[in-house]
Design a protein around this ligand. Structure first.
Ligand code: SF4
Ligand code: SF4
Length: 114
């Protein structure tokens, strides 16, 4: 028999208690300008990768801060580190370095379980 009608939606609440914020803490410590991000999306609007894929640096910043690291890890590799986003950020966030540091943090977490 074909399935039809409504199904129960999966919960979409963010469970901050169980999220892992160590990647965010590592970036905050090494690149304090990350705190200045107001999630305006200027970086995403300029990003070359965003023009061709479903990648958004703005979204990545939000996911890092929330500690939703699985999604961050999947998206990090799409950034080409061209630095265009850094040139347009109205808050002077060193966006390129955020991506670099996130990659380093994941490497460290794999090696030493930070
Ligand atoms: S342009 Fe700067 S302030 Fe705006 S979302 Fe990107 S990093 Fe944050
Ligand atoms: S450095 Fe990465 S996020 Fe920034 S514009 Fe280039 S590809 Fe996009």
């Amino acid at each position: 028999m074909n399935k039809f009608g409504f199904t129960i939606s999966k919960g979409r609440q963010i469970d901050y208690e169980s999220n892992d914020r160590r990647i965010a803490d590592y970036i905050f410590e090494k690149e304090p300008s990350f705190r200045l991000c107001i999630e305006c999306g200027g970086c995403s609007a300029t990003c070359t990768t965003s023009n061709f894929t479903v990648f958004s640096l703005r979204e990545l910043n939000i996911l890092i801060k929330r500690g939703e690291n699985d999604q961050v890890r999947q998206n990090l590799k799409k950034c080409m580190l061209c630095g265009k986003c850094t040139l347009v950020c109205p808050r002077g966030v060193n966006t390129r370095n955020i991506v670099v540091l996130a990659k380093k943090a994941f490497q460290k977490s794999d090696e030493y379980a930070i």
